[in-house]
Design a binder for this molecule. Structure first.
Ligand SMILES: [Zn+2]
Length: 103
């Protein structure tokens, strides 16, 4: 169970050669995805389901589950990628698009 998903020195929870993926807490499942959009869609779908089952749960001992988008193995947020000077992967992101066209 990783303790540090975000922040300055996050733990890598996926694979470094896997560009986009979705990781599920508790189950330690990693779902490979081709694109950020695909990963976000899956994460959102999973999280909606997890929220529903948590809401319906009658046991406080049920594990809290959530899905996180991974970029090269690290938990992804747009702000985290920018803070590390990386391309966030969002096609329409203006600062990253500018850098892409330069390269
Ligand atoms: Zn960006």
């Amino acid at each position: 169970m990783p303790t540090n998903l975000f922040g300055k020195n996050p733990d890598r929870i996926g694979y470094p050669d896997q560009e986009w993926a979705v990781w599920v807490s508790g189950m330690d499942d990693i779902h490979d995805r081709e694109t950020l959009g695909g990963a976000l869609n899956l994460a959102q779908e999973l999280n909606a389901g997890f929220a529903q089952s948590w809401f319906n749960s009658t046991s406080e001992h049920d594990p809290v589950m959530y899905a996180v988008v991974l970029h090269y193995g690290y938990a992804w947020t747009q702000a985290t990628e920018h803070a590390h000077g990386r391309d966030c992967g969002i096609p329409a992101c203006e600062p990253c698009t500018t850098k892409r066209s330069v390269a």
